[in-house]
Design a protein around this ligand. Structure first.
Ligand code: ZN
Length: 124
């Protein structure tokens, strides 16, 4: 693993700028909106587009975690239905937000690391 890979991994885990790994990637702590640019190194975030990737991966991961947790609680403890509603609603919402932030930061860091962009036809 190179130093650049380490910066990308750290940036994804910290939700930070993929170039310097220090500046915040998101506009605030409770949003999924990107900041306009890095406050540390000045990298313009306008080129970054993660598309539907975080949502797709998030659905798969959250489905496994929440459904597995609900089935485990049901078969081990057998609580009434209202316990499931009160428990899994907030847990799902909170996990979805955290997982989407982490996945969006990871996909943007990988996009930056691999210089990925839209596909273009080479017609010359
Ligand atoms: Zn930066």
């Amino acid at each position: 693993m190179t130093e650049r890979d380490t910066i990308v991994l750290r940036a994804a885990l910290k939700c930070a700028c993929p170039r310097c790994g220090e500046g915040p990637l998101f506009a605030g702590p409770l949003t999924l909106t990107l900041a306009p640019r890095c406050t540390r190194c000045g990298l313009d975030y306008a080129f970054m587009e993660s598309g539907d990737g975080p949502a797709v991966f998030g659905i798969l991961i959250l489905g496994f975690l929440v459904l597995g947790g609900a089935l485990l609680v049901e078969f081990k403890l057998g609580p009434p239905v209202w316990v499931h509603v009160l428990l899994w609603g907030p847990v799902t919402f909170t996990l979805a937000f955290l997982v989407l932030r982490l996945l969006k930061a990871a996909l943007i860091a990988l996009q930056f690391r691999n210089a990925a962009g839209e596909g273009r036809l080479d017609r010359e």
